[in-house]
Design a protein around this ligand. Structure first.
Ligand code: M6R
Length: 615
């Protein structure tokens, strides 16, 4: 959480840093700030609120430019989101300024010690402690900024991506990372630093991704020097050529990123299997699996760890892996798994699913499983992300940047990749016949067109949203492969419209939740023809007889549920195991329209951030 950005070069730093903050705002948006160096002094401005509020403030406050600057957009951890706690933070002398993404866990002890040496603190943040610790090292040991940062960081416990500038050294920015991402954009005599590449992609597609435990001194005209924070060893930085383009990170005519990303799903799913699946030839190529096929196929157990929407994709994968590859699967919330002394052996394979590849709990779960000898496989979207680097092997989803905080295309592309994996393993193990394998591939190949057809129901779904937008509660029900879709539908509604919603396996209704049903309660039921259809129809009847309002997602041409339900949304016929790729789309659109109608900030819902890099 939190986004950091910096620039040093020949351009005006202000527009580069400000636009960079706008692009990183998905990472946190409760306050923002910027500091610029104007050849004489550092000029700092920060405020509670969004980057737009900062921009308005800056227009009045900052009359200067300069070609060095750093900025920050915050998701509060220590201290309320207010002006004082916003970043950047000055050191006591006013010479150093820092922006920080992460948490310094031992900040309290460090603060107490610094106080005994006369340091004063104005904010409640751990970050202000860190910048003063760096200053204290400079004073005590008489070392340069880079060295002082290194010594200070070696005294900290926690996670960070930081950028620090010193007004006495206006030709350099010092950056470091541990547990939070940091990329350095390498241009012609100019450098950018940022939490991801989006702030600099319009200027350069050459980037250095710092590894955990590395720091860099970025010097105007002199390049980038990378070293290990712990042992001071110099590192030869690998300059990577990025495939990202500007179009992918802009709204492209859509009102919100979420809507754009919902509509991108047909292509995103195609991009996920493009180059991996040759449906007519019966070929699935996935380097991460191919290179480790025995290890994965012979796993005694697959443990899936993830959070939020990625966890829901993991639940779908549980059904698919067990069905096709006959390997026992357990799906765990990464945040619980990491703290409960789980039993893990060398025969286990852990699959970590994460759009951002930065989720702190998922990362910790992988580390724990690896320590106990498990083989770790990552399913990530963001190329070069921490999880993709921590795992032994992996497969990217290739969904393209997902900027809306509510995950949409990440979910469907994760399911696509996991389906390919299960098919490959099933074929290798002989747990599915060649005919079944071929049939799945051909069916998967039809999914993008079918998603396109579901999207054509948008106006109908919008009309349903209008009817139910003032509901206080909603239930989502599904069975089998579509039970996780019910959970996902409920999560989407909760997070962007703030309406309370719960997902349940439809048959669990009678064990409690049915008591909630009355004429005020909309119940969204996934009732596709192949998935325990008759049972779900019975569940719908139970709800109807208690006067619940039914919105049913059904297979095209369905008559039976149409007669019972208040509204139906049709999806094309498909294999049941692939149906989540279709049934989830109307639920995304329903939540989207309700949130828009309620005037909520769809792309940046309150209290949330796109990547959760804190526990
Ligand atoms: O980047 P990750 O997939 O690891 O993120 C996991 C969750 O934080 C994420 O899915 C979150 O639940 C979304 N806001 C859901 O829409």
């Amino acid at each position: 959480m939190c986004g950091i950005v910096g620039y040093i070069g020949h351009r005006d730093a202000y527009p580069v840093v400000l636009k960079g903050l706008q692009r990183l705002e998905y990472r946190g948006y409760d306050s923002a700030g910027i500091v610029l160096y104007d050849d004489k002094d550092l000029k700092l401005s920060k405020t509670k609120g969004k980057v737009a509020d900062l921009k308005a403030k800056l227009e009045q406050e900052i009359s200067t430019n300069g070609n060095l600057g750093i900025g920050h957009t915050r998701w509060a951890t220590h201290g309320q989101p207010n002006d004082v706690n916003s970043h950047p933070h000055y050191s006591n002398s006013g010479d150093l300024v820092i922006v920080h993404n992460g948490i310094i866990e031992n900040y309290d002890a460090l603060k107490k010690e610094l106080k005994t040496r006369g340091y004063k603190f104005h904010s409640d943040t751990d970050t202000e402690v860190l910048v003063n610790l760096i200053e204290d090292v400079q004073v005590q040991e008489g070392v340069k900024l880079g060295k002082a940062v290194q010594i200070a960081l070696n005294q900290t416990v926690g996670a960070y991506a930081i950028a620090v500038v010193d007004k006495k050294k206006p030709n350099e920015i010092v950056v470091a990372r541990l547990g939070s991402p940091l990329a350095i954009g390498v241009g012609e005599d100019e450098y950018f630093v940022a939490s991801d590449a989006s702030p600099f992609i319009e200027f350069t597609n050459n980037a250095i991704y710092l590894e955990d435990g590395e720091m860099a001194v970025v010097r105007r005209g002199k390049g980038v020097k990378v070293r290990k924070i712990k042992d001071d060893a110099l590192v030869d930085p690998y300059v990577q050529e990025l495939q990202l383009n500007l179009e992918q990170i802009e709204k492209g005519g859509y009102e919100h990123f979420m809507l754009k990303e919902i509509y991108e799903q047909p292509n995103a799913i195609k991009d996920t299997y493009r180059g991996r699946m040759l449906a007519n030839k019966g070929i699935v190529k996935m380097a991460g699996i191919d290179d480790n096929i025995d290890r994965i196929a012979n796993a005694k157990r697959i443990l899936i760890v993830a959070c939020g929407t990625s966890w829901h994709a993991g639940l779908v994968a549980e059904y698919i892996f067990e069905d096709l590859a006959r390997i026992p699967v357990e799906v765990e919330y990464a945040s619980e798994f990491r703290y409960r002394n789980p039993i893990i052996s060398e025969n286990d394979v852990i699959i970590a699913i994460s759009q951002s590849g930065e989720t702190a709990d998922t990362m910790a779960a992988i580390k724990l499983a690896k320590e106990k000898g498990a083989f770790a496989f990552g399913v990530c979207n963001v190329v070069g992300s921490s999880i993709s680097r921590e795992t032994d092997a992996g497969a990217y989803t290739h969904a393209g940047p997902e900027i809306g905080v509510a995950s949409t295309k990440a979910f469907t592309t994760q399911i696509t990749v996991l389906t390919l994996m299960a098919l490959k393993l099933g074929k290798y193990k002989g747990t599915i016949s060649n005919t079944t394998f071929m049939y799945h591939l051909q069916e998967l190949n039809t999914i993008p067109d079918k998603v396109e057809m579901v999207l054509q129901n948008n106006e109908h779904i919008k009309a349903i949203a209008d009817i139910y937008k003032n509901a206080r509660n909603c239930l989502y029900l599904g069975r089998g492969f579509n039970f996780p879709v019910a959970l996902e539908g409920a999560l989407k509604l909760k997070e962007i419209s703030y309406i309370h919603a719960e997902g349940y396996p439809a048959a669990e209704m009678k064990h409690g939740p049915i008591a909630l049903i009355d004429e005020q309660m909309p119940v969204i039921v996934i009732a596709t023809r192949k998935g325990h259809y008759e049972k779900v129809v019975s569940n719908i009847q139970e709800i109807k007889s208690r006067k619940g309002q039914i919105i049913a997602v059904v297979t095209e041409g369905d008559e039976e549920v149409r007669d019972l339900a208040d509204h139906v949304i049709e999806v094309p016929e498909s294999m049941e195991s692939l149906s989540p790729l279709l049934t989830t789309i109307p639920l995304q659109l329903l939540s989207y329209h309700i949130a828009v109608m309620l005037g909520k900030n769809v792309d940046q819902p309150r209290n949330l951030a796109k990547s959760v890099t804190v526990e």
